[in-house]
Design a protein around this ligand. Structure first.
Ligand code: NOJ
Length: 444
């Protein structure tokens, strides 16, 4: 069987990680601009990053050459609305209008993430995601972006990884706004999910062409210890339990996609009920696809074996220290489509490594090619098994600012020299190009 003819092969980025131009043309400060000082490896920041703001034409030309069917990128809220609400920065919108025009001319479908973490600092000062007013602040911003871009954009994602910006941002304190306030999680969860629902309404209300809407969450995916029905069922139960804390899948996905909120999450949050039935209905707006960022999975102990499969002892790891678990794509596709009953778009998958330009002027990254090959074979297995998978998005089109880890983690298909902004296509870029051209037929 293999991948369907119209399969979406893509690559992704996010505004703060690639754009730079952090104070140009009227952009306001986001929380990663304002608060990250001293909290990022080597004291790095996203001020210039890949300078994609000025290099977007060159970058889109590389995407075209690669044969991308879609490009997933995010719009920067503080670039478009410097204070978060009210004043609209037309020059900021112009950048995205020019980008989607360029993509259109290259025959690449734009997929827009509306919130990929860089909250306007002005809104953070008013409580950010802890303040229920953010539901309408976000709706106002979504209206502005939808009106400006929906002539060209059909695919929308409301939020990227609430697990991270809520969990790492307000509970663990590793990501902006760097708060360690687990007690704020009930309020943050309410505001994030209600904002998602309102955003979906705003997209549908303002879109100039029928929109396709989803989210881009992530979460702890548990692997069955073997393929027996009992083991598969056990893994499925764990996948949708509150075991992963704020990284659990059901915490953020059940309300938008199923209209319910898990009781075990309520227990964890110490509340009897987080949403009224009316609020759940407000969050549970019709959605068109199920996006998911999927890099690895959690292993389960095998009874009677001395090998520690929960920690993937001694197994291959990427430079992020993440285990290489290709089967995550198969089990993810199975569990997520069976539960949420929508076509699955892998909105991110990829690997960080310490790539460099070698003496021959090329970037040889055989590990990434092997990684891609293994993961995509598992995705094909899922497609062959009949699970509705609509596309795959490699993270990332180019090396970029990996949040608190700075620039050491290179995820790109395209290498970026941050001194010169010179782009060099890695070996994996050419491998992925062949893969797209053959629609996956070159997978062993
Ligand atoms: C998750 C995030 O969406 C993205 O911003 C990040 O760079 C990658 N995954 C890799 O960690």
């Amino acid at each position: 069987m293999g991948f369907p003819k119209d399969f979406f092969w893509g690559a992704a980025s996010a505004a703060h990680q690639v754009e730079g131009a952090y104070l140009e043309d009227g952009k306001g400060l986001g929380i990663w601009d304002a608060l990250a000082g001293g909290r990022v490896a080597h004291n790095e920041n996203g001020n210039t990053a890949c300078d994609h703001y000025h290099h977007y034409k060159e970058d889109v030309a590389l995407m075209k050459d690669l044969g991308l069917k879609h490009y997933r990128f995010s719009v920067s809220w503080p670039r478009v609305m410097p204070d978060g609400t009210g004043r609209v920065n037309e020059k900021g919108l112009d950048f995205y209008r020019a980008l989607v025009d360029e993509l259109g001319a290259a025959g690449i479908e734009p997929m827009v993430t509306l919130f990929h973490w860089n909250l306007p600092y002005a809104l953070h000062q008013q409580g950010g995601w802890k303040n229920p007013a953010i539901i309408e602040w976000f709706a106002g911003y979504v209206e502005v972006v939808t009106r400006a871009l929906s002539g060209r954009v059909r695919y929308w994602m409301t939020l990227n990884e609430p697990q991270c910006f809520a969990g790492l941002g307000y509970e663990v304190g590793e990501h902006a706004p760097f708060q360690q306030e687990p007690e704020s999680l009930p309020a943050v969860t309410r505001n994030v999910l209600l904002a998602h629902g309102r955003a979906v309404q705003e997209i549908r209300r303002n879109a100039q062409q029928t929109p396709h809407i989803g989210m881009a969450p992530t979460g702890s995916l548990y692997m069955p210890r073997d393929e027996s029905p009992a083991a598969v069922e056990e893994a499925r139960q764990l996948c949708f339990s509150a075991l992963g804390g704020s990284f659990s899948i059901a915490w953020w996905c059940d309300a938008p996609y199923l209209g319910s909120f898990p009781e075990d999450v309520c227990r964890r949050l110490g509340v009897k009920e987080l949403f009224s039935p009316g609020e759940l209905a407000q969050i549970h707006q019709p959605l068109d696809f199920f996006g998911f960022n999927l890099y690895h999975a959690v292993g389960l102990p095998v009874p009677g074996s001395a090998y520690d499969s929960t920690r993937y002892q001694g197994s291959p790891r990427t430079s992020m220290d993440w285990p290489v678990v290709p089967e995550a794509l198969y089990w993810g596709a199975k569990f997520l489509t069976e539960r949420y009953k929508l076509p699955l778009l892998i909105t991110e998958n990829g690997m960080g490594s310490n790539d460099w330009v070698m003496l021959d002027g090329q970037v040889h990254d055989p590990q990434r090619i092997d990684y891609l090959h293994r993961y995509l074979r598992e995705l094909r297995r899922a497609v062959d098994a009949g699970f509705p998978v609509m596309g795959y998005t490699y993270w990332s089109i180019m090396d970029n600012f990996e949040w608190a880890k700075g620039y050491d983690q290179r995820f790109g298909l395209v290498y970026v020299d941050y001194r010169t902004q010179k782009r060099t296509c890695k070996d994996s870029y050419y491998w992925y190009r062949d893969l797209i051209a053959s629609n996956g037929a070159n997978l062993l």
